[in-house]
Every structure is written in C-alpha cells, then in structure tokens.
Design a binder for this molecule. Structure first.
Ligand code: SAM
Length: 232
C-alpha cells in the first residue's frame, strides 16, 4: 500500500485524467493511479538513473506498459505539449518545484490542474500560482509518520488568491495557505508551533554570538516569532 500522502495526492486527480508525475522516484504514485483506474494514462518522469530504473521496474511489475510511460529527463522536458491534463510534483522543495514549472512553462499548455506537494517553501508555490494565472483551488495539510505535509491544488484560472478571510493579509495567506487558514486544523497549529520551536532554538544560538550580523539576524527572527505567536 502506498503512503497516505500519495493517496491524498491521488484523490485530487480527476477520474480518467492523463497525469504526469514528475520526480516519480519508484513510480509509486503513477502505478497507484493506473491500478486504481484513476488515471487513463501516466507519464512518470525522473531525472536520476537509479530511480528511473526503479520506476521502469515498477511499471513492468504491474504490467502497465500500455498505460504508463517512464521517461528520463529534467522536469517537464519529458512531456510533449498537450499530452497530459494533470501534473503532479511531490516530495521536493517549493523552490525546486517552482523552477521546474517555470522552466517548462510551454509544456503546461493544455494542462488544467497542478497537484503539488512541496516539502518546504509552500509560499513560493502559492506565489508562483498568483504570478502565473493558476487558481489555487484546494489545499490540505496532513501528518504521516511524524512529518507534516501540505498538498496544494491549482487549476488554470486568474491567479487570484482565495481571500475570504479578511483577518489576514494576502501576503500572510500566501505563507499560511488561505484554505488551511479557513480550516484551522490542529495539524496547521502543530506546523506553526514547530516553526516557533525551530526559530526559538536559532535565537538562543544567536544570543551566544557577539557579532553584528548575529544581532541583525536575531532581530529578524524576533519579528518572525512575534508573527507566529499572533497566528497560532
Ligand atoms: N515524488 C515522489 C514522492 O513524493 O514520494 C518522490 C520524491 S523524491 C524525494 C524526489 C525525486 O525527484 C527523486 O527521485 C529525484 O531523483 C527526482 N528529481 C529531482 N529533481 C528532479 C527534476 N528536476 N526532474 C525530475 N526529477 C527530479
């Protein structure tokens, strides 16, 4: 059975869609989408030889070569324009996800949905949606094996950030997530409490330094901590 995280990503794929999973590693998501008859066709893209070979093996094992194409290459370069409806990119940093999307913008013609799971730097991904006319349509936050994950779904649209909650600015909502802020799940509170813990530790370390840069950084972190305290 695949992880709950990958199953959650799969739940956002419309039935019958043609889906690309970029950075597919062992093609676990791609094979799940085919086995569960969620996707009609999948492309599993991988940059690195080891995971690419593992993906080929996985697709062979489930005898899905007719519905799954495993390709080696960087980001969206493995796709032909118009070939897929949905692009999933999971398990990478937000900045890497954004650079993959920007570098392959021409390959997004015809793609109607993006399902992205950044490990860190979610705000970079939300900002990219706004700047590139993708409409954030759903978000979820979940915890599995002690790790918190956010999954962001965007559909082709006008890039407006859903801004129903007027108690936070658009800039703050890009950081927190507008849907997550509205939902206010205990997992969201846990995420920001652990951020607070992390920055408190950094602040303690900085307080032992008498360098000017440490004082500047400490002031920035104090501001961040004040903001987090206000949010949670
Ligand atoms: N997507 C899977 C998941 O969420 O479980 C695997 C995540 S794994 C941490 C990241 C994978 O992305 C690795 O297999 C890595 O080789 C691949 N990768 C990293 N940069 C890539 C890029 N520019 N294009 C395609 N694959 C990439």
């Amino acid at each position: 059975m695949i992880s709950r995280r990958l199953q959650t990503i799969a739940r956002f794929c419309p039935k019958g869609a043609r889906v690309a999973d970029i950075g597919s590693d062992h093609a676990l998501l791609a094979s799940y989408l085919i086995r569960e008859e969620i996707a009609s066709f999948v492309v599993a893209g991988e940059l690195n030889e080891g995971p690419y070979q593992a993906a080929l093996k996985q697709i062979h094992t489930i005898q899905a070569e007719d519905k799954a194409s495993v390709r080696k290459g960087d980001g969206l370069s493995v796709l032909k324009p118009g070939e897929v409806d949905v692009v999933c990119i999971a398990g990478m940093g937000g900045q890497l996800i954004v650079s993959i999307l920007s570098a392959g913008a021409d390959k997004l013609e015809g793609v109607s949905r993006l399902i992205l799971q950044p490990n860190v730097g979610e705000e970079h991904v939300r900002r990219w949606f706004v700047e590139n006319n993708w409409q954030l349509s759903a978000e979820t936050i979940m915890e599995e094996d002690g790790i918190i994950y956010e999954i962001l779904v965007a559909d082709k649209g006008d890039g407006m950030i859903p801004y129903r909650n007027k108690d936070r600015s658009p800039e703050e909502l890009l950081r927190i997530g507008p849907f997550l802020w509205e939902e206010k799940s205990p997992v969201l509170a846990k995420k920001w409490m652990s951020e607070r813990e992390k920055w408190t530790k950094v602040l303690e370390q900085l307080s032992r330094s008498d360098k000017q840069e440490a004082a500047v950084r400490a002031a920035q972190i104090k501001e961040e901590l004040e903001w987090i305290n206000e949010v949670i």
